[in-house]
Design a protein around this ligand. Structure first.
Ligand code: HEM
Length: 157
């Protein structure tokens, strides 16, 4: 029951956030609520573990370098929560032989043909990771709301 309410709440949040501009916060209360860089590091570690164990989405990540993805997500969550980081978008996958590229969210995800259901599954895993690290709901909802507008670029199927 709790799960149903949570999922419904999340869907609502994602929908309402689609209308919001995709810009980082100008103050850092969300960043601090996440526990700063240390807290974000722990959240991203747990998040990636959950994603890689999630039968709904784990296959999508099979060919990619999770260490690099981990670093990029730390950067992105830090910047989007108002922290002192800048997302560079530099990412090397295993086939790129050490050459970094800078790609926007659309070009990163386009070949993966991601569905709404996959997007929601990933957002749910992030929500669970934040819960596990005792992030208050008011804070976790703010990060999710910041990331939600990316759905437009990421979901292409
Ligand atoms: C709010 C939703 C999402 C966010 C914020 C997000 C964020 C990111 C970021 C920051 C990267 C690293 C890109 C780079 O450094 O160039 C990335 C890569 C990736 N994402 Fe997402 N993502 C989201 C949703 C998804 C979903 C739903 C899937 C699949 C189910 C997915 C699969 C991947 C994969 C496989 C990569 C590696 C792609 C590559 O390097 O070519 N993402 N994502």
């Amino acid at each position: 029951m709790r799960k149903t309410i949570q999922t419904a709440g999340l869907a609502l949040l994602l929908a309402s956030a689609l209308a919001t501009a995709q810009t980082p916060y100008t103050e850092d209360s969300t960043y601090r609520g996440l526990g700063g860089q240390e807290g974000i590091g722990k959240i991203v570690d747990t998040f990636i573990t959950l994603v890689l164990a999630d039968p709904r989405i784990k296959e999508s990540f099979a060919d990619f370098d999770m260490k690099q993805l981990n670093l990029r997500l730390r950067e992105q969550f830090c910047e989007f929560s108002g922290g002192p980081c800048k997302y560079t978008g530099k990412y090397r996958d295993k086939t790129m032989d050490g050459v970094g590229t800078v790609r926007d969210m659309k070009s990163v995800h386009i070949d993966l043909k991601i569905t709404n259901a996959q997007f929601n599954a990933l957002a749910e895993d992030l929500q669970i990771a934040m819960e596990r690290h005792h992030v208050p709901t008011s804070v976790s909802n703010k990060l999710i709301a910041k990331l939600a507008p990316m759905q437009r670029d990421i979901v292409t199927k």
